[in-house]
Design a protein around this ligand. Structure first.
Ligand code: 5GP
Length: 144
């Protein structure tokens, strides 16, 4: 999908927001939803998506929605750090399939980095056990 295609209301994250497919959540309010990536690149890989915004990427999100959303990205990153105590955090985002984007609803990745542990390649991770993700999510939820 190019940078300039129309927003697809049936993308996976739109379905998660509608409750059509399940997710393992760590945070939700009127602005954003954060949940565990089911193909994690690293322990604690968390995604955060804006609500009530038909934005495919960072370029087409209305600017007035960006500030509140980025505040939630920071809030979730702080909770992930507090819960999992990584040695570093990568916070990243892709725009367009050529850049590596695979789901076309704006999202940031929060990727905890631990000394000695390598990141798995983007969009090539194996599916995680939902029971393991649920335990991890509970630790993050308790850190808010
Ligand atoms: P992108 O490639 O668009 O930057 O990131 C999309 C992310 O969504 C990937 O890291 C991928 O593992 C994750 N993902 C894809 N499908 C699902 C799903 O159904 N549930 C969850 N929780 N994550 C998903």
């Amino acid at each position: 999908m190019t940078l300039h295609s129309a927003y697809d209301p049936d993308n996976i994250f739109a379905k998660i927001l509608r409750g059509d497919i399940p997710h393992i959540g760590v945070y939700e309010d009127e602005i954003a939803l954060a949940f565990m990536d089911i193909f994690p690149q690293t322990y604690g890989h968390t995604l955060i998506i804006p609500k009530q915004v038909r934005a495919r990427n960072l370029l087409d999100v209305p600017s007035e929605k960006l500030g509140p959303y980025m505040e939630r990205v920071q809030r979730v990153a702080i909770a992930v750090e507090k819960a999992l105590k990584p040695d570093g955090l990568i916070i990243t985002q892709f725009n367009g399939s050529l850049a590596g984007q695979t789901v076309f609803h704006l999202h940031f990745h929060i990727l905890p980095k631990f000394t000695g542990a390598r990141l798995k390649p983007h969009a090539e991770g194996a599916q995680a056990d939902p029971a393991d993700l649920e335990k991890l999510a509970e630790r993050i939820r308790l850190a808010f």
